[in-house]
Design a protein around this ligand. Structure first.
Ligand code: GCO
Length: 479
C-alpha cells in the first residue's frame, strides 16, 4: 500500500457515478416505458434473487436527499444517466414531458448545489420496442439514438456539463448479444459484432446531433477498457492471445472512435463469424468525431493464455457465463482466474493495472483528456453495533486506486477527474442487489441511506485534494 502523501490540484474533478436503471425505480411511473432491462430482470433466472429495478433505490422519489448526500460529500461533479424509455417511451417520437421534467428538476438541484452533471445518454436501458425491432444488431437503432440525443440536447441544453453518449458499449454488445448474461440476453456472436458497430455509429451520430443543438457542448464516451496480461509473458502464443483479446475488447472501440478505422486483426480474427458487411461506406467518418474527454472505467485486470484445444476451456473472466463467452472470436483463448485478493465480485485488486491503462492510453492518444468515470469495489458490508459500516476494504481499494491515478498523472497522463462507483448501493445487473458498491449504504427494506466509512474517507479526499491514509476516517470532518 502506498503511503506517500499525494495531492491533486484544485481543478481536479471529484465525483461519483450511478445509472438510471440501477437506482431510479418508478419503473412504471411518470410515463416511463419498458426497457430491455425491465424485460430481462422480469425473466425468471436472469437476475440473482429474482431482483428487478422496479423500485431499486427509489431515487425517482428520493432524489433531493441523494443530491444532499452528493453536496455533503463536497463533490464537484455527479455522473448520472438518463433513462431513455422514461423520456422517449418507445424510443421514437416526441419526448415525454413528465420524464424530461424529472431530469430538468434534478439537474437544476445539482447546479444549485454547485455540482456539475455528467450525463450519460445510454447506460443499457434500451426501450424494449427498439429491441423488438432488432436492438443494437439493427442499424436503425443507431439512428433512433441520435434522434433521442438531439432531442435531449435541445431539452436540457447547457444544464449538462458533459454529455456522455454511451456507457461501456463493450457490455451492451458482448454481454447483451454474445454471452447473454445482460439484457437482451441473446447469444449470437455475429449479432454482437453488428452491435459493436451500430453502437460506435450511434455514438458518432449522437455527437453530431448534440453539437448541432449545442455547438459548445462537451461530449464524451465511457469505455470499460481491459488490461489484459499473458499467463506466460515468455510465450508468443500467450502474447498473441493478449493481442486478440485487446482487439475485441479495446481496439474494437478505440480505433473507430479515435482513428476512424477497425483493427485489421479484429476483422481477420472474426472472419469466420461475420463478414462485417454491416460497416457501410462513410460509417467510420461518422463515428470518428472529436471527443472533449474519454471516460475510462476500470475495476480489475484480465489474465489469458492460448487454449491448447483439448480438455475443458477455462472461462474465469469477470463476466463469465456458464455457456457462452462474451469474447467473440476468442475461442482459442482461455481466461484464467486471478491470483491475489479479490472483491465480492471475484475481481482481482490491481491498482497498477489502472496506472498501466491510463499511461498506455495517454501514449496512444496524447491529445485526448481522460476522466476515470468509474472505479470502486463491492464488498460484503456489515452494519456494526455502532450503526456504522466500517468498510475498510473499500477504503483501501479507493485509496490505492486514487494513488494509481496520481501516479499516472505524474507519468504524464492527462487525467482530469475521478468518479467513485458508486454513490450508493444499487441494482448490480445480473447480480441484483447482492453486490454493494456504494459509498452510501442503502437498506433495501427501508430505503434509508447511511454513509459508510468510505464516504467519510472520500469526503476528506475531495475537500482537501490530499489522499488520506486508510485509517483517517473523520466522521465530523470540517473542511
Ligand atoms: C459497469 C457499469 C456499472 C456497474 C459497475 C459495477 O461498469 O459495469 O457501468 O453499471 O454497476 O461497473 O459492475
Amino acid at each position: 500500500m502506498t503511503t506517500t502523501r499525494r495531492t491533486f490540484p484544485p481543478d481536479f474533478t471529484w465525483g461519483s457515478a450511478t445509472a438510471a436503471y440501477q437506482i431510479e425505480g418508478a419503473a412504471q411511473e411518470g410515463g416511463r416505458g419498458p426497457s430491455i432491462w425491465d424485460t430481462f430482470s422480469h425473466t425468471a433466472g436472469k437476475v440473482d434473487g429474482g431482483d428487478t429495478g422496479d423500485v431499486a433505490c427509489d431515487h425517482y422519489h428520493r432524489w433531493r436527499e441523494d443530491v444532499d448526500h452528493l453536496s455533503e460529500l463536497g463533490l464537484g461533479a455527479y455522473r448520472l444517466s438518463i433513462s431513455w424509455p422514461r423520456v422517449q417511451p418507445g424510443g421514437t417520437g416526441p419526448l415525454n414531458p413528465e420524464g424530461v421534467g424529472f431530469y430538468r428538476d434534478l439537474l437544476a438541484e445539482l447546479h444549485r448545489a454547485g455540482i456539475s452533471p455528467v450525463v450519460t445518454l445510454y447506460h443499457w436501458d434500451l426501450p424494449q420496442e427498439l429491441e423488438d425491432a432488432g436492438g443494437w444488431a439493427n442499424r436503425d437503432t443507431a439512428v433512433r439514438f441520435a434522434e433521442y440525443a438531439g432531442l435531449m440536447a435541445r431539452a436540457l441544453g447547457d444544464a449538462v456539463a458533459v454529455w456522455t453518449t454511451l456507457n461501456e458499449p463493450w457490455c451492451s454488445a458482448y454481454l447483451g448479444y454474445a454471452s447473454g448474461v445482460h439484457a437482451p440476453g441473446r447469444t449470437d456472436p455475429a449479432a454482437a459484432l453488428a452491435a459493436v458497430h451500430h453502437l460506435n455509429l450511434a455514438h458518432g451520430l449522437a455527437v453530431t446531433a448534440i453539437r448541432a443543438q449545442l455547438p459548445g457542448a462537451k461530449v464524451s464516451i465511457t469505455l470499460n477498457l481491459h488490461v489484459v496480461r499473458p499467463q506466460d509473458p515468455a510465450s508468443a502464443a500467450d502474447r498473441d492471445a493478449v493481442r486478440q483479446v485487446d482487439a475485441v475488447g479495446n481496439r474494437a472501440f478505440l480505433e473507430p472512435l479515435l482513428e476512424g478505422r477497425y483493427p485489421e486483426d479484429l476483422v481477420a480474427d472474426t472472419a469466420a463469424i461475420s463478414d462485417w458487411a454491416f460497416v457501410r461506406e462513410g460509417d467510420l467518418a461518422l463515428i470518428q468525431q472529436p471527443l472533449d474527454v474519454l471516460g475510462v472505467n476500470y475495476y480489475a485486470t484480465t489474465l489469458v493464455r492460448r487454449f491448447a484445444g483439448s480438455g475443458e476451456r477455462v472461462l474465469a473472466d469477470s463476466h463469465a457465463s456458464t455457456t457462452h463467452s462474451p469474447w467473440v472470436g476468442c475461442a482459442d483463448v482461455e481466461f484464467l482466474p486471478q491470483t491475489g485478493p479479490t472483491t465480492a465480485m471475484g475481481w482481482n485488486i490491481d491498482p497498477d493495472g489502472l496506472v498501466e491503462l491510463l499511461t498506455s492510453l495517454a501514449a496512444a492518444y496524447p491529445d485526448v483528456p481522460m476522466m476515470v468515470t468509474e472505479n470502486g469495489a463491492a464488498f460484503d458490508d456489515v452494519v456494526s453495533g455502532d450503526g456504522r459500516v466500517h468498510d475498510r476494504e473499500r477504503v483501501e481499494y479507493l485509496h490505492d486506486h486514487v494513488h494509481a491515478v496520481a501516479r499516472a498523472r505524474e507519468l504524464g497522463a492527462d487525467v482530469r477527474g475521478y468518479f467513485a462507483w458508486s454513490l450508493m448501493d444499487n441494482f448490480e445487473w445480473s447480480y441484483g442487489f447482492s453486490k454493494r458498491f456504494g459509498l452510501v449504504r442503502v437498506d433495501y427494506d427501508t430505503l434509508e441511506r447511511c454513509w459508510k466509512d468510505s464516504a467519510f474517507w472520500y469526503r476528506a479526499l475531495v475537500q482537501t485534494g490530499q489522499i488520506p491514509d486508510v485509517d483517517d476516517i473523520e466522521y465530523a470532518f470540517e473542511a
